[in-house]
Design a protein around this ligand. Structure first.
Ligand code: GLN
Length: 472
């Protein structure tokens, strides 16, 4: 994909060929020209001013100096609306910066605005936004993936250097694959969730989109590290992935990768399978060793995810009651709370709340929620055993190709499209989607790498080595 490259732009600024204000100005014009993509819900009025500040301080070297970044609209930025793409929060403005935003600002980045998404991050296609669907950057009328649809499209359509999304069951990796860019979900606890609107707190993780791994590492290093505002944030310092990538070369011949046995790939689209096989074949010629491994309970991945995610969502979304936040429906007589929730939430969000309430209700708790917790343990143990034998696991990001808008009408069919992404959220491990090829029609196809908990820097190094090799 022909995307913006921060390293190249920073060199051009350093050589006096460009300024950060020029770059931001161009981008703001492009955002306006490409409004039909519906990638942005809000453009930051102060973006150019932030770029001018970066220009005024060119002698400073900070990780993200002048880097333009778009933010998924479920992350709190002071002074900007935060709608979560829902009518429920249409006029809501948070009063504080999420920890990731504080850190982006401290490292000199230019915040461009808020990116479109599936309502409350529930979806896999970018179609459930109250403010209309996000279009695919290459094939108009196709979905760009979701739920972080706008964040992925903004990078792929050259409307920013990098963007933030959130990944509860694949919402960063899946749209990255559909748009032909990199999408990274770090280990659970590696990036503070303070200021991220909770969907399913035990699975949610803020993730990063970019067109290359160096830019991604810069953003990761800037925003990772312990945060006392988030009790689930890991007590480890910020990463130093960028300097590792710059100073150490990883030899592909030293790598062992685990791959899925063919019987677990039966539902795969033939074009995705072709790219999976091609990736394996080309890495074999580079000396990578492969072992076959299946993660136990793969049939339970989707049910486990949808039980845990909806259970947590039903409790997290209880706060939207028409009293404390946003929209209030006073038009109906009777119960104001249920009127507000019925008219403020879209269909998919209501479906999840009902499902979550059901699996948590007495009598069903043991049958569903408790079982899902046990399956979660088995999936995590399965990964631990794989990573005792292999450095990383290589698997497709999605089973299918980007599809036409409106094509998947059955919610169950949509849920099944998360098959390959949910297990790493269930286990909390880091995973990344990288662009691996195209279908005959030219639709992007992504592959995924996963590794052990807190091995994020190594995952980025492995991805860099692999993606550079296969693109040559
Ligand atoms: N597509 C999944 C879902 O709808 C994942 C969403 C996400 O990661 N936020 O729940």
């Amino acid at each position: 994909m022909n995307v913006l490259n921060y390293e190249r732009d920073a060199v051009a600024v350093h050589n006096g060929e460009l300024t950060y204000s020029d770059i931001t100005n161009n981008i703001l014009h492009e955002i306006d020209k490409k409004r039909a993509l519906n990638a942005f819900l809000h453009v930051h009025a102060d973006a150019l001013h932030m770029a001018e500040q970066a220009d005024a301080k060119t002698h400073e070297t900070s990780l993200l100096h002048g880097m333009t970044i778009a933010i998924k609209d479920n992350i709190s930025v002071k002074g900007m609306p935060m709608t979560c793409a829902s009518k429920m929060l249409e006029h809501f403005q948070p009063m504080y910066d999420a920890t990731v935003i504080e850190r982006l600002k401290a490292h000199g980045s230019v915040i461009l605005g808020k990116a479109n998404m599936d309502e409350f991050a529930m979806g896999s296609s970018g179609e459930t936004s109250y403010f209309g669907p996000t279009d695919h950057p290459l094939f108009s009328g196709y979905v760009p993936g979701g739920s972080s649809s706008g964040s992925a499209v903004a990078v792929a359509a050259r409307l920013c250097h990098a963007s933030l999304g959130s990944d509860t069951g694949g919402s960063v990796r899946q749209p990255a694959a559909f748009c032909g860019i990199f999408g990274f979900k770090p280990s659970y606890g590696r990036i503070s969730r303070y200021g991220l609107t909770a969907f399913a707190s035990s699975l949610d993780q803020i993730g990063i989109f970019s067109g290359d791994i160096l830019t991604m590492s810069r953003v990761f290093d800037a925003i990772s590290g312990h945060d006392h505002h988030d009790s689930t944030s890991a007590h480890i310092p910020a990463t130093n992935a960028y300097s590792i990538l710059k100073n150490h070369h990883l030899e592909l011949s030293e790598l062992t990768l685990a791959i899925l046995p063919d019987e677990e790939l039966s539902g795969l689209d033939s074009e995705v399978k072709r790219i999976y096989d091609q990736t394996i074949h080309s890495l074999k010629t580079a000396g990578v060793r492969f072992i076959h491994a299946s993660i136990p309970g793969s049939k339970a991945w989707i049910p486990t995810y949808y039980i845990l995610a909806t259970a947590e969502a039903s409790s997290n979304l209880a706060r939207f009651d028409g009293v404390r936040y946003g929209w209030r429906d006073n038009t109906l007589t009777g119960d104001m709370t249920s009127a507000t929730r019925s008219s403020g939430f879209g269909k998919e969000v209501q479906r999840r709340i009902m499902l979550g309430t059901y699996v948590l209700s007495s009598g069903y708790y043991e049958a569903y929620y408790l079982k899902a917790q046990k399956a979660r343990r088995a999936i995590s143990d399965g990964y631990t055993s794989i990573f005792s034998k292999a450095d990383a696991m290589l698997l497709p990001t999605t089973a299918g190709l980007p599809f036409k808008r409106g094509e998947k009408k059955d919610p169950l069919e949509m849920y099944l499209s998360d098959y390959f992404t949910v297990s790493s959220n269930i286990a909390g491990i880091p995973s990344i989607s990288f662009p691996a090829g195209y279908s005959a029609q030219g639709l992007p196809i992504g592959m995924q790498l996963q590794t052990s908990l807190m091995d994020d820097e190594r995952l980025l190094s492995i991805t860099q080595a692999i993606s550079q090799y296969i693109s040559t």
